[in-house]
Write a protein that binds this ligand. Structure first.
Ligand code: NAI
Ligand code: MG
Length: 503
């Protein structure tokens, strides 16, 4: 097909049969039109064509969803049932997701241009795994006993924080949704979810499955719509107790400001990164090239933890550059439903143009374009896997989150220099290290200011592995037992041991 830039896809594959069943807001257990009756277009990034019209939720719809979530929290069964029972329902939810893997993966491919094969093998099965992890945690939430002093004793209770607003981005519409929804459900919270306007389809499907699993009405509401309207209404809502946001730094700041100006709701932010992958002289060069290719180009580079700054030690630099250029040529760009393809289209026209602009900035600032750099195909938002060499730390392509298939290659001499360069960013989300030397791996791991460090691997995620930012990558952790804390209040209960004059 015309959009394949290189590699061995012949363009013949069978498309799954995709039916878009859910296009309305999900409020209090029902699919409903928006109050205004407005809809917006969901587009296929393979062609730019409209695939569905989705109900456009705004402030009034968020108000309704919050009302339902508030009622379900203040008077409903979900926060009051046993953790065991919540876990049982969450497990059922996970089973239903497993039964619908193909359909869910297809919706994310259609909305976001994500590889269908990855959706089926990783994203959607990963979602049910995360749900089951927190289903298992739901009956293990407990506090501590407090000795206090000689006159009293106490204990802490961990209570659900209340109504949560989850604002979700488009790059991992399923995965990030469940990073947020799963621990919040386990904690006993109720919630309003706003998927990204680019990728509303799977969230509505999940809402349908949640109801089928037995999650009570009002516990999980989905309001599709735009950021400045529906998203902003969540951030500033007086009846929402916590907002969990993943997206751009700029909007993260606006969410925090809105929270501060309204009811001082608790906020957690995951704001992307500019993650370094540091490759030392003792690395197996072929393995390192392959890892760097995946780190930079997976999911067309639309990954908050993308390893987009590749630092290679001088002894293997030239060999690495040569092999990296060769390996980019066998990375197949094309239709995300084609099983031979490695990279689909960027999510939408705006991101496509933004990435191409960064490539122009790289050239203008004096970096050398080693390979790629152009759109490919005659329709849709495809971009060639792109590698720059001679990148300097101050350049835009070394500082900004591009969110596209662009690798910046840089050379270093010493371990001290590598650490300094890796930390020379406003972000701190993730980092990778490739070395066979344990001392080097340990030293670099402890010196890099980032929330997750991968040694001789990349993108190794697990439900049990907390994930989140240092510095301007945000704060608060998704996944692991740490994520439960975002959705829990700690209450201390104190009682006297015996009559005391000051008690
Ligand atoms: P964005 O931050 O605008 O969108 C993320 C979510 O926030 C969406 O659901 C959006 O509707 C919502 N939103 C937008 N404005 C809002 C507001 N004023 N109040 C409340 N919610 C609001 O991200 P965008 O514009 O789609 O992408 C721009 C860049 O952000 C990307 O190129 C990438 O660098 C970064 N990004 C980082 C992500 C991450 O995983 N950390 C995910 C998506 C984008
Ligand atoms: Mg935006």
């Amino acid at each position: 097909m015309s959009s394949v830039s290189n590699g061995n896809s012949n363009g013949s594959f069978k498309m799954p049969d995709i039916k878009i069943k859910f296009t309305k807001l999900f409020i209090n257990g029902q699919f409903v039109d928006s109050i205004s009756g407005k809809t917006f277009e969901s587009r296929d990034p393979r062609t730019g064509e409209v695939t569905a019209r989705i109900a456009e939720g705004e402030k009034a719809d968020v108000d309704l969803a919050v009302k339902a979530a508030r009622e379900a929290f203040d008077h409903g069964v979900w926060p009051r049932m046993s953790g065991y029972e919540r876990g049982r329902i969450m497990s059922k939810f996970a089973d239903l997701i497993d039964e619908n893997v193909e359909e869910l993966a297809a919706l994310d491919s259609l909305d976001a241009g994500k590889l269908f094969s990855h959706g089926k093998l990783m994203d959607i099965p990963g979602v049910s795994r995360v749900l089951r992890y927190y289903a298992g945690a739901a009956d293990k939430i407990h506090g501590e006993t407090l000795k206090c002093s000689q006159q009293c004793q106490g204990y802490t209770l961990k209570e659900p924080i209340g109504v949560v607003g989850h604002i979700v981005p488009w790059n991992y519409p399923s995965t990030i949704l469940f990073f947020k929804v799963s621990p919040a459900l386990a904690a006993g919270c109720t919630m309003v979810v706003k998927p990204a306007e680019q990728t509303p389809l799977s969230a509505l499907y999940y809402a349908h499955l949640a109801k089928q699993a037995g999650i009570p009405d009002g516990v999980l509401n989905v309001v599709t719509g735009f950021g400045p309207t529906a998203g902003a209404a969540i951030a500033s809502h007086m009846e929402i107790d916590k907002v969990s946001f993943t997206g751009s730094t700029e909007v993260g700041r606006a969410v925090m400001e809105a929270a501060a100006r309204s009811n001082l709701k608790s906020v957690s932010l995951e704001l992307g990164g500019k993650c370094p992958l540091i490759i030392f002289d003792d690395a197996d060069v072929d393995m390192a090239v392959n890892l760097a290719r995946v780190a930079s180009f997976l999911n067309k580079g639309e990954v908050c933890v993308a390893g987009s700054r590749i630092y290679v030690q001088e002894g293997i630099y030239n060999e690495f550059v040569k092999k990296a250029a060769e390996s980019a040529k066998t990375w197949v760009v094309g239709d995300p439903f084609d099983p031979h393809v490695n990279q689909g289209p960027q999510v939408d026209k705006a991101q496509f143009e933004k990435v191409l602009q960064y490539i122009e900035d790289g050239k203008r600032e004096g970096a050398t374009l080693l390979t790629g750099g152009k759109p490919c195909g005659d329709q849709g938002y495809y971009i060639e896997p792109t590698i720059f060499t001679d990148v300097k730390d101050h350049m835009l392509i070394a500082q900004d989150e591009i969110f596209g298939p662009v690798m910046s290659l840089m050379k270093f001499k010493t371990i001290e220099e590598a650490i300094e360069k890796a930390n020379n960013t406003k972000y701190g989300l993730a980092a990778g290290i490739v070395t066979k030397d344990l001392n080097t791996a340990n030293r670099v791991s402890r010196s890099i200011r980032a929330g997750i460090i991968w040694i001789n691997c990349y993108f190794a995620f697990d439900a049990d592995c907390p994930f989140g930012g240092f510095k301007m990558s945000g704060f608060g952790r998704d996944m692991g037992l740490d994520a439960l804390d975002k959705y829990l209040h700690v209450k201390s209960v104190v009682t006297p041991l015996y009559d005391s004059p000051w008690l």
